[in-house]
Ligand binder design. Structure first.
Ligand code: CO
Length: 132
């Protein structure tokens, strides 16, 4: 069902500092930046082969990522797995009786369709199903 790692998302407090760290240390450039208003985040995508590192920072205090930073500090936030069909993958997770955060697929960044699976049933990792 999972065809590729789409992105590894890392929550950071200072997006510019994180981008500069990746640029100056690893020689990589940001391929895409986007503010996702609904989630209250700004992201910077750095391509690594066919996958991305997604640097993620809150743009509002009530953003889930703001709460994450407050509780857990900076670091790994979620893993996005590429799937052929987000709807089918989400139904398969639900059919196994596992909790999900999104009951139905919704728009993600870059024009993708996404749904989040609950970390409590996924061994502590927030999982995002990503259909391009
Ligand atoms: Co993501």
């Amino acid at each position: 069902m999972l065809t590729e790692i789409d992105h590894v998302a890392i929550a950071v407090r200072d997006l510019e500092a994180a981008v500069e760290y990746y640029r100056s240390t690893y020689g990589v450039e940001v391929e895409h930046r986007e503010v996702v208003e609904k989630d209250g985040v700004e992201e910077a995508l750095i391509r690594v082969a066919e996958s991305y590192v997604q640097l993620l920072t809150p743009v509002r205090d009530d953003s889930p990522v703001a709460r994450f930073l407050e509780k857990r500090g900076e670091g790994l936030h979620h893993i996005g797995y590429r799937v052929a069909s987000c709807a089918e993958a989400l139904e398969a997770v639900k059919a196994r009786g596992h909790r999900v955060i999104d009951e139905a697929p919704r728009p993600g960044s870059r024009g993708t369709t996404v749904a989040f699976v609950h970390p409590k049933d996924a061994f502590g990792t927030l999982i995002e199903l990503v259909e391009e």
